[in-house]
Design a protein around this ligand. Structure first.
Ligand code: GLN
Length: 196
């Protein structure tokens, strides 16, 4: 099989970490800032960072509509943390006027853990994966508060709150596998790219 050609949205956030994981897994990685760059990839990762900044930059770079069109057209997209917020159809506690690309039928609460648990790490059992639990790093992370019937929860905190979801070609995690050497979510994303 030829190498999957995938993009990392490179407007803001931890772009390099995602690019490195995807390259380690054998993908041909393009940094995407312009519609022409989006047009040549078969899948897109939206990194962690600050969702309101990525939202604003995507609008000023003329990327919002092309990304919405790509999602509607079935392009596989994986969002981590801020990227998950940007994939959500509905957000709670966004800044005034904050928009998303949408596509995932979920309501996501931004900065859901407040200041006392700004950042934390926890091991999560993920039934979809063989092997050890996922070591999940949460950094000012969001939570999936509600998920529509077509959305499959992939991981939850011990108290049941959902922190990873999949629906069709879209994948979202509230945490950052790209910073902890966890490659299985990126592999799942690349498998989806290969299957389209
Ligand atoms: N709190 C950030 C936001 O609202 C997300 C943090 C992250 O991506 N690590 O976008």
């Amino acid at each position: 099989m030829s190498r999957p050609r995938v993009g990392v949205l490179a407007l803001q956030g931890d772009v390099r970490e995602h690019a490195r994981v995807l390259a380690d897994l054998g993908a041909d990685v393009t940094l995407v800032r312009r519609p022409e760059e989006l047009a040549v990839v078969d899948g897109l990762v939206i990194p962690g960072g600050e969702s309101s900044v990525i939202d604003k930059l995507s609008r000023s770079f003329g990327m919002q509509q092309p990304i919405r069109d790509a999602i509607q057209g079935g392009m596989p997209v994986y969002g981590t943390c801020a990227g998950l917020i940007l994939l959500a159809d509905r957000i709670v506690d966004g800044i005034a006027g904050q928009e998303t690309f949408g596509g995932l039928d979920v309501t996501v609460r931004r900065n859901a853990f407040g200041s006392q648990a700004d950042s934390f790490e926890v091991d999560l059992a993920v039934d979809a994966f063989d092997g050890p639990p996922v070591h999940a790093v949460f950094i000012r992370a969001p939570l999936v508060e509600t998920a529509g019937p077509g959305v499959e929860p992939l991981a939850a905190l011990p108290d049941g709150r959902i922190v990873a979801v999949r629906a069709g070609a879209l994948l979202g995690t509230a945490f950052h596998p790209e910073v902890s050497g966890e490659h299985r979510f990126h592999r799942l994303f690349l498998d989806t790219v290969g299957a389209v």
